[in-house]
Design a protein around this ligand. Structure first.
Ligand SMILES: [Zn+2]
Ligand SMILES: [Zn+2]
Length: 216
């Protein structure tokens, strides 16, 4: 059975999110996930705390969502903070030095700060493209654009909810083959790099989207 992992989850350590670390565990179980990648904005604090707190029923992969000078990049399997405001190339290098892989988060998204998809991005060392992000709008247009780019460039693909509230955890996820619940995080990351990943997911439901807009 392939692993089902939400590759883009925020916690209260993000500053714009109220999801507690305990919520991450309970909702991940409720949604039938095998694991999550914690990608708080410019910090790994919550991810590291959650790893210690976890009861090992859910795989916690530490990560970070870095604000580069040209959009957001996910650092997956990163346990040290990556400075914000650098170029994409510099950020990717730092993520690699930290032992992680770099994923272009919600590229080309209209209301979010995504990196632009072009040939240059491949030469900058990006390892994978997030081709399903539940929170982008319009969901199908933006995500299909990212998917087409990834397919053409033959790049590995990931999917994640970009959840900022507990209810949206698991709306999108990445199915990873060749590994299982006993695999090391490095093996899971390696499988993604090899392209053994299939993104799946759906958009944030309108009811939740409107509630989030009014709350802001
Ligand atoms: Zn983002
Ligand atoms: Zn995010």
């Amino acid at each position: 059975m392939p692993l089902k992992i939400d590759f883009h989850v925020h916690t209260c350590y993000s500053g714009d999110c109220s999801t507690s670390l305990r919520d991450v565990i309970s909702y991940s179980k409720k949604k039938g996930l095998d694991g999550v990648v914690i990608t708080d904005h410019n910090t790994v604090e919550g991810a590291l705390k959650l790893q210690k707190k976890s009861d090992n029923e859910i795989i916690i992969i530490p990560g970070i969502e870095v604000s580069t000078n040209a959009g957001h990049i996910l650092g997956i399997n990163v346990t040290t903070p990556i400075p914000r405001g650098l170029t994409i190339k510099e950020t990717v290098e730092k993520i690699h030095e930290a032992g992680g892989i770099a994923v272009a988060a919600h590229p080309s998204a209209i209301y979010k700060s995504g990196v632009r998809l072009n040939k240059k991005i491949i030469s900058q060392g990006i390892d994978a493209i997030e081709v399903i992000n539940s929170s982008v709008f319009p969901f199908f247009l933006i995500n299909s654009r990212s998917r087409k780019f990834a397919c053409r460039a033959k790049m590995p693909q990931t999917g994640g909810s970009d959840s900022h509230i507990p209810e949206t955890i698991g709306l999108a996820y990445t199915m990873i083959s060749g590994v299982d619940v006993n695999s090391e995080i490095e093996e899971i990351i390696c499988a993604v790099k090899r392209g053994w990943s299939i993104p799946r997911g759906r958009p944030v439901p309108w009811k939740i989207r409107l509630r989030q807009i009014f709350r802001k």
